[in-house]
Design a protein around this ligand. Structure first.
Ligand SMILES: Nc1nc2c(ncn2[C@@H]2O[C@H](COP(=O)(O)OP(=O)(O)OP(=O)(O)O)[C@@H](O)[C@H]2O)c(=O)[nH]1
Ligand SMILES: [Mg+2]
Length: 232
């Protein structure tokens, strides 16, 4: 769980998350909260007191490095890694259906855009998110409805076999693209519905200008890699 200054949200989310994880039979889970390296000691201590493991993000101050640091810190014996936001947007209850779908999939998405899923985002944000998903899906040939959500279940061994370069939120699409490449035509994606809510406390870290630019640059870069492979 990448968390940039989210303590008020974590105080509410972590107990709910542990409630779900502890009531799932056969699940032995660890919750890693990936913090900026300047996160105060009192914040780290409070997160540990709530039962989670604080991880300091390395090497730079970015969302991409937060995910990479979390993946690197995942326990060696873990089978799955679930990523979710720390601001209360993703419903912890959805992890139950993600786990149920996991044996038949390489990635399970907590999806806003399948039947039963929803988003509370404003209309302009919904239009932007939907367009991004349609364009990414078509250009990169990934067939699922919610490519851009950070609510996903991955196989830990797969994550160790891919190399991720993106700095910002576009790393989420890069992961899916690399996994599709790793598995080839047999790549299996399952989507289960999730209700995406507006963040509970605090302010967004997403800045619209750099956000759009990084998505366009990443799309072109990944598409170019597909093209190069086809011409080889
Ligand atoms: N460790 C770390 N976490 C980050 C960073 N940027 C964002 N996050 C976390 O990643 C998650 C998603 O970021 P948000 O700011 O919620 O972005 P968003 O969901 O697109 O925007 P809103 O929900 O509208 O605020 C949140 O849990 C953030 O705290 C970062 O640079 N480092
Ligand atoms: Mg958010």
């Amino acid at each position: 769980m990448p968390a940039y200054d989210e303590l008020p949200n974590l105080r509410e989310l972590l107990p709910r998350l542990f409630g779900v994880l502890q009531s799932e039979e056969g699940v032995d889970a660890e919750v890693l909260v990936v913090l900026p390296d300047w996160a105060p000691k009192v914040e780290q201590d409070e997160i540990a007191a709530l039962g989670a493991t604080p991880v300091l993000r390395q090497p730079s101050d970015s969302f991409g490095d937060a995910l990479r640091s979390g993946f690197a810190a995942a326990r060696d014996d873990s089978e799955y890694v679930v990523t979710l936001d720390a601001d209360g947007s993703h419903d912890p209850e959805t992890i139950r259906s993600m786990l149920a779908a996991a044996p038949g999939a390489d990635v399970v998405i907590g999806s806003r855009y399948v039947a039963g899923g929803a988003t509370d985002n404003s209309l302009p944000l919904r239009v932007m998110s939907k367009s991004l998903n349609v364009v990414y899906g078509k250009v990169l040939g990934i067939s699922c409805k919610d490519i851009s959500t950070n609510y996903k279940l991955y196989r830990r061994d797969d994550l160790r076999r891919i190399s991720l370069k993106c700095r910002d939120f576009d790393v989420v699409e890069e992961i899916l693209f690399r996994l599709r490449d790793l598995h080839g035509p047999g790549f299996r994606v399952a989507e289960v519905p999730d209700h995406f809510r507006e963040r509970v406390h605090g302010v967004t870290k997403r800045r619209l200008g750099p956000f759009v630019v990084s998505y366009v640059v990443t799309l072109v870069r990944l598409r170019w890699q597909v093209g190069r492979r086809r011409t080889r």
